[in-house]
Design a protein around this ligand. Sequence first.
Ligand code: NAP
Ligand code: ZN
Ligand code: ZN
Length: 352
Amino acid sequence: MYMCTGYAAQAADQPVSPFTFERRDPTEEDVQIDILYCGVCHSDLHVARNEWHFTTYPVVPGHEIVGRVRKVGSSVTRFKEGDLVGVGCLVDSCRTCSSCVEGLEQYCENGATQTYNSPDRHTGGLTYGGYSGSVVVYEGFVLKISDKLELSGVAPLLCAGITTWSPLRHWNVGPGQKVGIVGLGGLGHMGVKFARAFGAHVVLFTTSPSKIEDGLRLGAHEVVVSKNEDEMKAHAGSLDFILDCVSAKHDIDSYLALLKRDGSMVLVGAPEEPMSVASFSLIPGRKTLAGSMIGGIAETQEMLDFCAEHNITSDVEVINIQDIETAYARMLKSDVKYRFSIDMASLEKAPA
Ligand code: NAP
Ligand code: ZN
Ligand code: ZN
């Protein structure tokens, strides 16, 4: 074991603050990574505040990690000291169930090991995330990162990127389709970029009129302010696919009304409170309402390689770790442009 510095929430009503904890020494199949940047996902906030009711404290959030390899175990073959690497929401899984074998580790039937707030398969303790100086991860869950892109903007690809990429790919979004992205936050802005890159006609739905110009710049062909009923009605029955990236309770039925016959709406946003759905929003048009969780490891690598090739990164505001609570407060006001990315060099300046 070695001592690692980071930031943790000690309770739902406590701010995320400096915390020192133990990490395992790298085993023969592990990679030890010095963290350079960690994106700030709304899930970090949901978990820090126990909004999903399964947080074990203290929790060190952070699952959009980019860093440099410090050390590798003796059986590690894919990485060496000095390599740029990424770690997303998963650090391990059972590796044997049918989902794992199919490369869908996020749906591991024996429970994937999440990067934080998850029982650790190695230590018997809890996993601690990327709001920290370093992390130790089994080689199979470490991603290769290109040195072509700005790293602060690459970090959010590890969750916001793959979470939007995976459903857009699974539901075969592409040319000839009209696709809605709901909510222009961390996930939503990546959804807009990918849907556009895949050749769809992209309509962004936002509650924030101030984001119209950004929505168009990020790749949307049209932007609808969802509070405006007439603007919403103009799209009734016209969308093939909707990706819902909203972090708080909202009206699902008003979006189902915008789908074509046989259209699908997929929830990736995970509000604290349940949302209602009217049967007759789905029945008349044989519509589908589904959910999707992050993405598998191979798929995440494919997404990262695509981003390197097509010069796609997240639009970030780089912050110091000391400013994390201010970032959370802005996130709650939908005031993120469009992801906070923590410069982990700031950790050294943290009070002991
Ligand atoms: P975020 O950056 O805070 O973006 C959320 C966006 O939702 C806001 O920018 C805002 O967009 C919209 N919004 C917020 N409150 C709203 C309300 N009351 N009504 C309507 N729209 C509202 O959050 P994020 O990091 O992208 O995460 C989004 C959600 O996805 C979170 O719940 C997160 O936990 C979840 N998530 C799920 C997965 C998964 O695997 N399924 C992975 C990562 C995150 P506008 O200003 O444009 O309206
Ligand atoms: Zn996330
Ligand atoms: Zn499994």
